[in-house]
Write a protein that binds this ligand. Sequence first.
Ligand SMILES: Cc1cc2nc3c(=O)[nH]c(=O)nc-3n(C[C@H](O)[C@H](O)[C@H](O)COP(=O)(O)OP(=O)(O)OC[C@H]3O[C@@H](n4cnc5c(N)ncnc54)[C@H](O)[C@@H]3O)c2cc1C
Length: 407
Amino acid sequence: MDFEFSEEQQTFAKDVEAFLDAHDDPEVFDVTRENMAQIVDTPERRAFMGKLAKKNWLGITWPTEYGGTEGDGVYEYLLNEQLAGRGGPQIGKGIGIIGKTLIAHGSDKLKAEFLPQILNAEVEFAVGYSEPDAGSDAAAMKLKAEPTTVDGVEGWMLNGQKTWTTSAHFADWYWVGARTNPDAPKWNGITLFLVPMNHENITITGIWTMGDERTNEVFFDDVFVPGDYAVGEIDKGFQYISQALDLERFTMFTYAPIKQRLDVLTEYVQEATRDGEPLIDDEVTRAKMAHLHTEAAVARAIGLKFVAAAVKVEKAHREGATEFQPPTVEASEYKLFTTEYSKRLADASMDLGAPGSQLRVKTAEAPMAGRAESTYRYTVIDTIGGGASEVQRNIIARRGLGLPRNF
Ligand SMILES: Cc1cc2nc3c(=O)[nH]c(=O)nc-3n(C[C@H](O)[C@H](O)[C@H](O)COP(=O)(O)OP(=O)(O)OC[C@H]3O[C@@H](n4cnc5c(N)ncnc54)[C@H](O)[C@@H]3O)c2cc1C
């Protein structure tokens, strides 16, 4: 099996690398933000995404009809990995989840309003699926959407609560799922809406994670949404949500930051000493490092297998195929393995860095400048967000191995 990228793909990756070198800026790129580096939450980061837009790198897989270049998804993967490896903002949410869903299912009005803004990096979204009683089982969401008319405009009145909405405190629009049909089976009664995040009846409160980054609770108190801001068909929202998640997991959980953390640890082990002896001469350390490098190679291979499957399906989807099987099992295998591996790598970094690894991130004199400490705290989050490890195991067991359903 050939794991290398084609010459053309490698040339593209080099172009991206050169562009990022030329635009290197600590206000934009910060690896210590770990996986949360992907959000576009500051003016500097927004401005940088605008530069990517000008390079025509945001609509790589979008149809030309909507301003894209109809390229292969592998280029999107290569771009995103380069951004992620430097702790830069990434393209998953607007271009991927929201843009691609709108292209596939949105009305002409929503396409005309949002697609150009997404392509020009002029709009940021928050994604609201999870609720206090609907996380792993997102289809259990209860945020109520009732049909109503306000000032002669037909629409929906939204009431209830979301939680864990990352980006709500700076986003412009909320991509939110709500229950429009309480009588249908739970996954058939949900509709997706686009709601301005600054709506006066929306209240946002922060939740600070152990990884230092902020996520949010969002409360809806009589939030009226005009009917034409419902996405696609009423009650079909959960199908759209699932489809987008399967295709986007490789943009949400990139491989490059894992490799970057492994490089930091490897460099440390090569230079550090214990009891006057080079750490690298210690047999246990060598075995551990060999194991970590082997597992990293496995993570990369599983990632490429998933990317290949996702790219194929994405292409078929774009070309109008209606019957296709999203790479759900591959997505779960990749998410499960890489995020659990990230925790093992962080554990190893704490162990090998010895007591000094407890010093706070960005402490210059700490082993690995404190990176062990920040990844140790942060990597736990990745095994929960985007679908917890147990849920990924359930998917692999049931859909991949054909084992009986247990939930
Ligand atoms: C930092 C962060 C950012 C997030 N950002 C967003 C966001 O922007 N938008 C959004 O919508 N959501 C977001 N989430 C929510 C995330 O998707 C949920 O936290 C996740 O799906 C788990 O749901 P839960 O927290 O309700 O845990 P629960 O579903 O209550 O799970 C609790 C535990 O039970 C286990 N479990 C649950 N069901 C089963 C089962 N059937 N079999 C075996 N074990 C099971 C889980 O694996 C977990 O260990 C974010 C979460 C975090 C931590």
